[in-house]
Design a protein around this ligand. Structure first.
Ligand SMILES: Nc1ncnc2c1ncn2[C@@H]1O[C@H](COP(=O)(O)OP(=O)(O)O)[C@@H](O)[C@H]1O
Ligand code: SF4
Ligand SMILES: [Mg+2]
Length: 383
C-alpha cells in the first residue's frame, strides 16, 4: 500500500503492483460469474422473514481501483418489508447508490464486485434468490419484472434519438412474455402514460425526450419502471433534479402507484423531508455502513447516532429562526483507508471514552431500532 510521502501519493511502481493484484482478484470473481449453466441451487436461498421483499445481509461491495480498494459498501444489513417504503439516507458518497446497484447487479464490473454477503430477493411462493450469486441470464429476467429502478436524472436514462412511445414499448415487449402484438403493446404504453398522470398521452407517445419538461420525463421513467408491476422499486434520488412543486407531485404519484401494484419502495435520498413524508422505515448510512435504522417515528422522534442527530440538526425547520444552519464539521473519511475505530469519530461531538476502541457493533434499542455507537453500550444492550 501507499507509503506516506505526501498523503495519498502512489509511485508508478506501487500503482502497477496494486493493479496487478486487482486483476488477479477481479479475474477470479469474473471467472466464477461467467460460468455457463450454473445450477439453480447455487443461488437459491430462503428469506429469513417471508414478509420481506428484500433482505440485505452483511453486503460488501468493493471497487478494486488503481489507487486501492474502495470499500463502498462494507457490511450493510437491512430489510425491505413487502408493501412498505424504506428510506435510505446519508451524505453523498456513503454508498447508497452502490447498495441499490448491487441489488440490480448493475455495479460497474470488473472493478466493482460483491465480495461478501447475501441479497435475498423474495420471488414469492417460498422461493428466493441470492442476488450476489445469481447469473446474468437470470438477472435479465428479474430486472423489470421483480426489481426496477428509477434514476435521478431522467434525461440521461432516456435515449434522446428515440420517441417516448418506442422506448416504453421496448420495455413492455422485452419483459412481457405473452408475445403481444404491436397494437396491444402501444395500447399498454398509452395506458401506462395515462396512469402516471400524462394527460396528452397519445401526443407524448410521438414525442422525443427533449420535447418534455423534467417532471414529464420523470413520469415517463416511472411508467417504464412500473411497466411490469415489479415487486420492488428502487428510486435513487428520484426528485433531486425537479423543483419543489413537481417533486411533491412525483412523490404522491409514486406512493399511489406503489399501493396500486402492492410493491415495496427503496427510496434513496439525502433529503430528510422526503423521507419523513414517504418512508415507513429509515436506514441511515455513513461511509459504507448502516449506523442507525428504525421506523420513521423512531428515527425522527428519537435519533440516537450522533450522525443522525447531525443530519436532523442541519435541516431547516419552518418557524424556527436561526442565523446559520448547522453543518456537520469535517468530512467523510477516505474510502480507501478507513480507520479501525468508529468511522464517525473524527467528526463526532459526543465521543465517550470507549470510542477509541474498534468499530462499534450494533445495539438494539427496540425490536426495530438499532444503532452502532458506543454511547449506548451501557451493558444492557451490548452484543
Ligand atoms: N465505479 C466506481 N469506481 C470506484 N469507486 C466508486 C465507483 N462507484 C462508486 N464509487 C465509490 O463508492 C462510494 C459510494 O458511492 P455511492 O454509492 O455512489 O454514494 P451515494 O449514492 O451514497 O452518494 C464513493 O466513495 C464512490 O467514490
Ligand atoms: S461510537 Fe463514539 S465516536 Fe462513534 S458515533 Fe458514537 S459517540 Fe461518536
Ligand atoms: Mg447516489
Amino acid at each position: 500500500m501507499a507509503k506516506n510521502k505526501p498523503e495519498g501519493y502512489l509511485t508508478a511502481k506501487e500503482s502497477r503492483k496494486i493493479s496487478k493484484e486487482n486483476r488477479r482478484i477481479t479475474n477470479q470473481f469474473e471467472k466464477q460469474r461467467k460460468r455457463k449453466n450454473v445450477p439453480e441451487s447455487e443461488y437459491t436461498t430462503t428469506m429469513h422473514n417471508a414478509d420481506n421483499a428484500v433482505e440485505f445481509d452483511d453486503l460488501h461491495t468493493y471497487f478494486f481501483t488503481d489507487a486501492g480498494t474502495v470499500k463502498s459498501v462494507d457490511g450493510v444489513s437491512f430489510e425491505v418489508p413487502i408493501g412498505k417504503t424504506v428510506g435510505v439516507v446519508g451524505e453523498s458518497g456513503c454508498g447508497k447508490s452502490v447498495t441499490s446497484l448491487s441489488l440490480m447487479q448493475l455495479i460497474q464490473r470488473p472493478q466493482g464486485q460483491i465480495v461478501e454477503g447475501e441479497i435475498r430477493l423474495n420471488l414469492g411462493d417460498g422461493k428466493a434468490y441470492n442476488i450476489a450469486k445469481t447469473p446474468n441470464e437470470k438477472m435479465m429476467k428479474l430486472r423489470g419484472n421483480y426489481v426496477s429502478m428509477i434514476f435521478q436524472e431522467p434525461m440521461t436514462s432516456l435515449n434522446p434519438v428515440f420517441r417516448i412511445g418506442e422506448q416504453v414499448d421496448e420495455v413492455i415487449s422485452l419483459h412481457d412474455e405473452e408475445g403481444k402484438s404491436k397494437e396491444a403493446i402501444k395500447e399498454k404504453t398509452i395506458e401506462l402514460l395515462k396512469m402516471v398522470g400524462i394527460a396528452n398521452s397519445e401526443g407524448v407517445y410521438q414525442m422525443y425526450p427533449h420535447e418534455l419538461s423534467g417532471g414529464m420525463r420523470q413520469r415517463v421513467m416511472i411508467a417504464m419502471a412500473l411497466a411490469c408491476s415489479p415487486r420492488i422499486i428502487i428510486a435513487d434520488e428520484p426528485t433531486t433534479a425537479l423543483d419543489v412543486t413537481i417533486q411533491a407531485q412525483i412523490l404522491d404519484l409514486l406512493r399511489h402507484l406503489k399501493d396500486k401494484i402492492n410493491s415495496s419502495i427503496m427510496l434513496i435520498t439525502h433529503d430528510l423531508g422526503v423521507i419523513a413524508e414517504m418512508a415507513d422505515y429509515v436506514v441511515v448510512m455513513y461511509a459504507g455502513r448502516v449506523v442507525e435504522k428504525g421506523t420513521v417515528r423512531e428515527i425522527f422522534s428519537n435519533p440516537c447516532h450522533p450522525y443522525t442527530i447531525g443530519l436532523m440538526a442541519s435541516k431547516p425547520v419552518v418557524g424556527k429562526q436561526v442565523d446559520r444552519l448547522y453543518s456537520i464539521p469535517g468530512k467523510v473519511p477516505n474510502p480507501v483507508n478507513m480507520p479501525d475505530y468508529c468511522y464517525y469519530k473524527d467528526r463526532c461531538e459526543m465521543c465517550v471514552e470507549r470510542c477509541t476502541g474498534e468499530y462499534p457493533g450494533e445495539i438494539s434499542l427496540s425490536p426495530t431500532h438499532k444503532v452502532s455507537c458506543y454511547r449506548f453500550y451501557d451493558g444492557k444492550g451490548e452484543k
